[in-house]
Design a protein around this ligand. Structure first.
Ligand code: SAH
Length: 354
């Protein structure tokens, strides 16, 4: 009976296409043996495309001020206990300067939807980074904006945009977000970003409240159809000042299993082993890499604000300086059989026969 599941994974590797039902079967069939079968296949594919290279992105958490009220997120607008901050253009450029000297060649600017960062302000920041560091890529992860805004940011030099779709089921989307946010506009933004020419990343939390295996199957089907350049997935982790404070965290093992399935689905995808994965499991990031991930996003934010960018409780790496974080991570990665490379780390599109 269970061999059917293995055959499904083999077929996924051969055809890179499954039906919604088949995805659901795969999600439901999760157990340690199947996960390890998927991880081995994923690792082989990842090695064929990227060898043992791990790409790093320097994450700059530019603001925890947010006009949105996502029910899962610790920096949601109505959290009065959140100590708000925003970084100035100079502070952001200082983070990039430190990052560049440490070998980072991609900077990710992430933050809440903070109205302070108008197109003019953001375009100024993006073009300053791009002209100071011509060999670097800039990724933005700043939520939903208009076509014109995305276009201006792209024209100012931004290369990539991360916008997790959060869930590919509209009903589930409504359970995670307030009424004024919509599944359709999130999905529309992803299409717009793609059309403009960004390298685009989507993604979802694993084990978010009310999530079913059918929802995860829909996420995988959406990833199959959208074929993003990047995909950020990590476990949901409760934040004590949100309506979801009493929900359990998502599982590291299922997250790793899904990382493997996504790698098999798209062997050249850029797939981070996220900080959330490293938070629910002390070796989560190593396990993520061994399951098929090939990207890490160490924190370059000033140490003084790291605890304040609290999307969920117990976030790791909030105490050390960037250099110390990177040194620690490099050592750990080496032990797991990988090495960090100093490059922009763009997606490899010629798939080397895999
Ligand atoms: N404002 C930006 C950036 C959001 S933070 C945007 O809208 O895209 C980046 C991601 O963190 C979110 O997309 C969400 O998937 C994840 N996240 C937020 N709260 C979380 C939680 N409690 N546990 C795990 N991940 C969370």
């Amino acid at each position: 009976m269970s061999t059917d599941f293995y055959q499904l994974i083999d077929r996924l590797a051969d055809t890179r296409h499954l039906s919604l039902r088949e995805w659901e079967t795969l999600v439901d069939s999760f157990n340690a043996d199947i996960a390890s079968y998927a991880a081995n296949k994923a690792l082989t594919l990842r090695k064929a495309v990227y060898g043992n290279d791990v790409y790093i992105r320097g994450l700059v958490e530019i603001s925890n001020i947010c006009k949105n009220d996502c029910l899962y997120c610790g920096i949601r607008h109505s959290n009065r206990n959140c100590d708000r901050y925003r970084l100035s253009s100079d502070q952001i450029l200082d983070c990039c300067k430190v990052g560049y000297s440490l070998g980072f060649r991609t900077f990710v600017l992430q933050g809440g939807e903070d109205p302070y960062y108008t197109d003019d302000v953001l375009c100024g920041i993006v073009s300053s980074i791009k002209s100071a560091y011509v060999d670097c890529a800039v990724t933005l992860s700043l939520g939903e904006r208009s076509y014109n805004s995305y276009k201006r940011l792209f024209d100012a030099g931004a290369d990539r945009y991360l916008l997790r779709h959060e869930t590919a089921n509209e009903e589930h989307y409504k359970q995670l977000h307030p009424e004024n946010m919509s599944y359709r506009s999130r999905m529309e933004c992803l299409k717009t970003l793609r059309k403009i020419g960004f390298q685009v990343g989507c993604g979802m939390m694993v084990g978010s409240p009310y999530q079913t295996s059918k929802d995860l199957a829909k996420d995988l089907k959406f990833i199959q159809e959208f074929s993003p350049d990047m995909c950020g997935i990590g476990p949901f982790i409760p934040h004590s000042d949100t309506p979801f404070k009493d929900f359990p965290a998502g599982s590291a093992e299922i997250t790793c299993y899904l990382l493997s399935l996504i790698r098999i689905l798209k062997p050249n995808i850029l797939l981070p082993a996220t900080t959330a994965l490293g938070t629910v499991d002390a070796f989560g990031r190593e396990k993520g890499l061994l399951a098929g991930a090939n990207v890490l996003m160490p924190n370059l934010s000033p140490t003084s604000v790291r605890k304040k960018y609290s999307l969920y409780n117990n976030k790791i790496c909030t105490g050390e300086e960037a250099a110390e974080c990177l040194r620690c991570l490099s050592e750990r990665i080496k032990k797991a059989g990988f090495h960090i490379v100093q490059s922009r780390g763009d997606i490899i599109t010629a798939t080397k026969g895999v």
